[in-house]
Design a protein around this ligand. Structure first.
Ligand SMILES: C[S@@+](CC[C@H](N)C(=O)[O-])C[C@H]1O[C@@H](n2cnc3c(N)ncnc32)[C@H](O)[C@@H]1O
Length: 389
């Protein structure tokens, strides 16, 4: 496909997104209807679409409109490319620029929320939660996230994983945020096809997500319940440390891929429908449903979908989950609460509210990561239940 044809495809997908389709669904529909598109074309269209969604407000403004076409024009302008070269009206390419679309608009001249690609209502939340860093963090969320791998300590060392990945042309570098983390420097699209991945030496997992597991202090032999296991990323990381891991999720379907991931990793994880039936645990992890604001580089549609009402609903669900899991922690055991949110309401404030309404608990440690640390934004708090185990 020509650059113009790829741009037109991205415009169609973005228009479908604006009409209410999820980006992945819109991309899949486009790909099914466009059998001529090769893997490089599909990857290029996906990149255009996700860059546009991350920067939807600013790029639309820079493209003098509010639709997919304007977003792609604006994106080209921010990248320093001339939109006229792509919007030339040739076969399969978008129509040539209209007069109003030729007006150049500088990113720095846009209002703050537009320039930072945030809904207006979110700015005070970001400022309150992140302090003086908030603008830098918001600007970072406009960029594409790096790809990280977790080395499966149950199967190999970090150096062995680096060497195995290199045989498939995947270049990685150790990341300082976690001793298990590798950042993919070259060949990210080949990871799924590599022998290292298929033999379970590595898993795709954000570096901050790995650092959260490091901070739990999980050790071999610990009986651990992952109460909100989802795809099982954190459950797998804890099992790789030798813990006896039980996985639960209110939505069982979210764990559909877990048995295959467990097999690949060469670990054991028991899937539980009713975690209360299993007695108490040394550690219960709640990687709670949240705004996902720390991961808006990867799932940027989330920042446009979130509303104040939804945020407050999520805070209520998190408080409920904390109340549900507290009795599952053994006396003297630990409750680990984590979110991939940047907002204080879902993080420290949530934990402080839990401590103040639930006697018998203390905060052992808590930490927040932002994309300025390299990975996704994350929060983790480790709480201890009073008493002798
Ligand atoms: C952030 S995701 C978990 C991601 C996962 N831990 C990982 O590392 O891949 C949150 C999960 O919590 C689940 N969830 C939501 N409400 C829940 C509840 N009340 N009890 C248990 N799980 C819940 C959701 O289905 C979702 O899979």
């Amino acid at each position: 496909m020509t650059p113009g044809a790829r741009a037109q495809a991205a415009i169609d997908v973005l228009d479908a997104w604006q009409a209410g389709q999820a980006p992945e669904q819109a991309l899949t529909r486009w790909a099914r209807a466009s059998r001529y598109a090769g893997s490089k074309d599909r990857a290029a269209v996906r990149d255009l679409v996700y860059s546009a969604i991350r920067c939807a407000r600013s790029h639309a403004a820079m493209g003098q409109g509010d639709d997919g076409r304007a977003m792609i024009i604006g994106g080209l302008r921010e990248a320093g490319d001339a939109p006229e070269a792509v919007f030339d009206g040739s076969r399969f390419a978008p129509d040539a620029l209209q007069d109003h679309e030729r007006r150049v608009c500088d990113l720095n001249a846009l209002p703050e929320a537009v320039r930072l690609d945030m809904p207006d209502w979110l700015l005070p939340y970001l400022e309150r939660s992140l302090g003086p860093d908030w603008r830098t963090v918001a600007a970072e969320l406009r960029k594409r996230a790096p790809v990280f791998l977790r080395v499966n300590a149950a199967k190999c060392s970090r150096d062995e994983a680096v060497a195995a990945l290199a045989t498939d042309g995947i270049v990685t570098a150790a990341h300082p945020l976690s001793p298990t983390a590798l950042e993919v420097v070259e060949g990210a699209r080949r990871v799924h096809l590599s022998a290292a991945f298929n033999d379970g030496l590595v898993e795709l997992q954000d570096v901050a997500s790995q650092a959260v597991i490091d901070l739990t202090g999980v050790t071999a032999g610990m009986r651990v319940l992952d109460y909100c296991a989802g795809g099982g990323g954190k459950a797998l990381a804890m099992a790789a440390q030798g813990a006896e891991v039980y996985a639960h999720d209110v939505n069982q379907k979210r764990m559909n891929d877990l048995p295959e991931r467990v097999r690949r990793a060469g670990v054991d994880i028991a899937i539980l429908e009713c975690p209360g039936m299993g007695g108490t645990y040394d550690m219960v992890l709640a990687d709670a449903p949240c705004s996902g604001s720390g991961a808006w580089r990867r799932a940027p549609q989330g920042k446009w979908d979130l509303t104040e009402e939804r945020l407050s609903e999520l805070c209520n669900i998190q408080a409920e989950i904390l109340g549900d899991i507290a009795p599952l922690v053994a006396v003297g055991g630990q409750l680990v609460y984590a979110t991939c949110s940047l907002f204080d309401e879902e993080n420290q404030a949530q934990i402080e509210a839990f401590i103040s309404r639930t006697p018998g608990w203390k905060i052992v440690r808590s930490q927040r990561f932002t994309p300025l640390d390299g990975g996704d934004g994350f929060f983790v708090a480790v709480l201890q239940r009073d008493g002798v185990a």
